[in-house]
Design a protein around this ligand. Structure first.
Ligand SMILES: CC(C)(COP(=O)(O)OP(=O)(O)OC[C@H]1O[C@@H](n2cnc3c(N)ncnc32)[C@H](O)[C@@H]1OP(=O)(O)O)[C@@H](O)C(=O)NCCC(=O)NCCS
Length: 162
């Protein structure tokens, strides 16, 4: 049986933990997407809790009629943390009148492509060679990504809430 995952909005006492997570998993709070850096440490976020321990973080931004997932991280893969966090942001999207939830990932991130498609997200666009420009903004982005795949493109995924 899967453990019960709690999800709570990020509040001040957990911000240092969230910033450490962003540093460790994303090389710092500034997240590159489509030639732009977004400071995820300033965004609204949810924290996942497993028996009072912080085990995941999602950061997002609300636009006029859509919500963007900026980062999503699970510290204990495969036990429902990613799903619980995504469910929480979709709830925010619905209650704020968003028509869709969208996000960007990279061409090497096969686990994320599986994860989002299993949860109703569709490929929207491929931005070829977006990572070349990304490296000009954030030199720490490697040439080779997950599973030895060259890190080249950004991919937009979205789920319609209509
Ligand atoms: C994508 C990510 C958030 C998923 O989080 P998660 O907590 O593993 O998600 P869940 O447990 O809810 O679901 C994972 C799925 O993989 C399965 N799974 C089984 N074993 C697994 C394992 N060892 N690792 C990952 N997933 C596993 C789960 O059963 C589940 O399957 P389902 O889709 O058939 O339901 C997580 O892999 C992650 O943090 N990735 C790194 C950051 C990232 O790429 N974020 C996405 C781009 S913003």
């Amino acid at each position: 049986m899967r453990p019960t995952i709690g999800v709570v909005p990020l509040r001040d006492p957990a911000r240092a933990w969230a910033n450490d997570l962003l540093a460790h998993r994303w090389g710092g709070p500034r997240i590159e997407r489509l030639g732009e850096l977004i400071d995820a440490s300033t965004l609204p976020a949810f924290v996942a809790l497993l028996e009072d321990e912080r085990v995941g973080l999602v950061t997002y931004q609300i636009r006029p009629d859509e919500l963007e997932v900026v980062t999503l991280d699970s510290l204990v893969p495969g036990c429902g943390i990613g799903s619980a966090l995504l469910h929480a942001v979709e709830g925010v999207a619905r209650s704020s009148g968003s028509r869709r939830v969208f996000l960007y990932t990279t061409n090497d991130n096969l686990p994320a492509m599986r994860f989002y498609q299993r949860r109703g997200y569709r490929f929207v666009r491929v931005f070829h060679d977006a990572m070349t420009k990304a490296r000009e903004l954030k030199a720490s982005i490697p040439a080779i990504g997950l599973q030895g795949i060259p890190l080249l493109d950004e991919i937009e995924f979205a789920k319609s809430l209509d």
